[in-house]
Design a protein around this ligand. Sequence first.
Ligand code: SF4
Length: 199
Amino acid sequence: MRSRHWYDYLWVWSILFFVLGFFNILFAWLGMIDFLLPLALAAFGGNKFFCNSLCGRGQLFTVLGKQLKLSRYHSAPRWMASKWFRWGFLAFFLSMFASMVVQTYLVGAGAASLREAIKLFWTFRVPWDWAYTAGSVPEWVAQFSFGFYSLMLTSLLLGLIVMVLYKPRTWCSFCPMGTMTQGVCRWKAGKGQHDKISV
Ligand code: SF4
């Protein structure tokens, strides 16, 4: 049996992140680690070490779906893992991220007011004002927190839904971070080949 490492328990971090954000939305900034680290590891290491070993979310789906037997283990529709869906979902996800950044900018510039709410599935606005004390940080910092927490929670819920309906890590087949890191790894591998040829 493979010996356990500290990073096998990162699924706890995945839960803790949402608990912390429930009480203080500013903790949402910590989610940027999960956003930047996979890309940095893919860019410098050229591998998917993050997905394979460090992703608390992927581990959480395994714990819930496999160990707690919450998955029905049905096969997911084939289109869910298709190239067009993965890249299309990534494009959609990035456009939502960009709109969140624009909203943050508008609040920072004084052109829009802070919305102390989170948006689930990019549609349903849920009041979340207990998690922020007005004036404790510049408003744009708080606005980014609400937006980023919304994005993280929405993607977690989507992952949980497909985890229950299909297999534990079905989300990973179209996860935007997974698609991006895979793209970076492929680009790096291709670049390596190119460099070898041009030497
Ligand atoms: S594909 Fe996404 S959820 Fe799955 S392990 Fe990679 S980063 Fe985590």
